[in-house]
Design a protein around this ligand. Structure first.
Ligand code: NAD
Length: 466
């Protein structure tokens, strides 16, 4: 087993080496990103003593709960201690996967009462996030909480407060902030590779029923198999509706729509790259284009946010877009636009393109000059050429930079490694409650803006609605 690990680690290091060749045109800082990536790989390979074992409980064992747990268990020294979910079929599935002796429950409070659990992974429906996180911290558990950290903006300060009060590790699960691709983009931006940042265009488009959240509903779904009465303990009273349980993202009583599901990834990525604390104004508009399945959250949505000029970054505008019936076939990109180029971040990979303004102002071509009398045109041409050298009139060029993460690289595994390392060593997590809230609040404000048809003003430093 350890031999396999060492072999894959060596492979990984070699690939990182090859990657840095690709980025040969990058500034010197690329070296530091390379070293960081190597450091992380080395950490996976570290020996863990038995005293370092972390016992993990899971609350919410749906699609992401499965994926998160599988990833978390790849980190050495992490053991599964129990799983909580409301739907009986998922508890059965948990025992099928992890053994019939696995502790399972429908009541997350029982799971939190277990002394053999050190940390919980919360991947429940958004509407439950804040309550479960606060309850878990109060019971002395470390928490990995899926994004969005909260369902409502006013829950953010309560979660931040609880983390401070109970002093346990809290990592928010926007795993992309741990990506080496994002770290690379951050470093290139800071190095001035694209000049002064002025805009971010972020897109997350899909073109499929599953992409639009129409997940397969199990054959036995009813109020008893889903423990519906418990599910609606934190919502208005609603009669059983399988869609609200299994397609919850599409309904405002339980979900947060495309903003809480996908804008948040674009925002947390952008905040990491730019060091931003967040926007100061937020506007959003949406429409129902195709998925007319009873949902009350739009399937096409756009947001516009204004980020202030501040010590962390110059003023920039952010546009966000999600289109669930996109003829592009689906695309995902964060494009940072600066005065001298662009960085396109696509998953863990990126491309930098450069474009420079000539030093000399323009003269001739699509200009007013040709509308002047001939003699004046000729005289002005001579003056222009005398004033500006050909070099000053040319656009400088610089080769593109591409960065591709090594094959098999997983930012998700990095994110969990960071969480468990923080528990073991006390060092800070990459995405704490404040970072999580600073991404969640503007995302949720998009829904507020859409429903109220107004601009939402936000104080990103003090994290308050204005
Ligand atoms: N980080 C990512 O890339 C990413 C990707 C997908 C989903 N997510 C997040 O993960 C969370 C779960 O999403 P999903 O796609 O797995 O949804 P899902 O519907 O597949 O799973 C949610 C599960 O939570 C359970 N649940 C709800 N209320 C509960 C309660 N009170 N007690 C115990 N269990 C409860 C449900 O039974 C269900 O099985 C969401 O917050 C979502 O935003 C994150």
């Amino acid at each position: 087993m350890r031999n396999d690990n060492s072999a894959s680690r060596r492979r990984f290091l070699q690939q990182i080496g090859a990657t840095s060749m690709l980025a040969a045109a990058a500034p010197l800082q690329s070296l530091s990103a390379k070293e960081k990536a190597e450091e992380r790989v080395l950490r996976y390979d570290r020996k863990i003593s038995t005293g370092d074992t972390i016992r993990l409980g899971v609350i919410g064992f749906g699609v992401q709960g499965h994926i998160d747990l599988e990833t978390a268990l790849k980190v050495p020294g992490v053991q599964l201690a129990g799983i909580c979910d409301l739907y009986t079929g998922r508890l059965e599935n948990a025992k099928e996967m992890y053994g019939k002796d696995l502790y399972t429950t429908r009541n997350y409070k029982d799971l939190l009462d277990r002394p053999d659990i050190d940390a919980v992974l919360i991947a429940s429906t958004d509407v439950w996030h804040a309550r479960m996180t606060i309850d878990a911290l109060a019971k002395g558990k470390h928490v990995y909480i899926e994004k969005p950290m909260v369902y409502k903006i006013n829950e953010g300060p309560q979660v931040i407060e609880a983390q401070k009060k109970y002093n346990k590790v809290l990592q928010v699960g926007s795993q992309r902030v741990s990506s080496i691709g994002l770290a690379k983009a951050k470093e290139l931006l800071a190095a001035g590779e694209i000049g002064k940042l002025n805009m971010v265009n972020a897109v997350y488009d899909r073109q499929s029923s599953i992409g639009a959240w129409e997940y397969t509903i199990p054959k036995d779904a009813d109020a008893s198999t889903t423990d519906w009465e418990r599910f609606i303990e934190v919502t208005d009273k609603m009669t059983f509706d399988a869609k609200k349980f299994f397609w919850w993202r599409a309904f405002k009583q339980v979900g947060t729509g495309v903003a809480g599901d996908l804008f948040i990834h674009l925002l947390s990525g952008t905040h990491l790259i730019t060091n931003s604390l967040g926007p100061e104004s937020i506007y959003s508009t949406g429409q129902f284009s195709h998925w007319k399945d009873g949902r009350d959250m739009p399937d096409v949505m756009a947001g516009v946010m204004q980020y202030p000029d501040c010590p962390e970054h110059p003023a920039f505008q952010m546009t966000l877009q999600v289109n669930f019936i996109s003829g592009t076939g689906g695309q995902q990109i964060i494009r940072l636009i600066g005065s001298e180029g662009t960085i396109d971040v696509n998953g863990n990979n990126l491309t930098v393109k450069h474009s420079y303004m000539p030093e000399a102002p323009g003269f001739g071509g699509y200009d007013s000059v040709f509308t002047f009398p001939k003699a004046m045109q000729e005289e002005m041409q001579r003056e222009y050429e005398a004033k500006w050298t050909p070099e000053q009139r040319r656009r400088r060029t610089k080769p593109d930079i591409t960065f591709a993460a090594p094959k098999g690289y997983s930012e998700h595994l990095d994110h969990f490694t960071n969480f468990f390392d923080a528990i073991r060593t006390g060092k800070p997590v990459v995405e704490d409650a404040t970072f999580g809230f600073r991404a969640a609040a503007p995302s949720l404000a998009c829904n507020e803006s859409y429903f109220k048809k107004k601009i939402i003003n936000w104080d990103p430093v003090n994290m308050k609605l204005k």
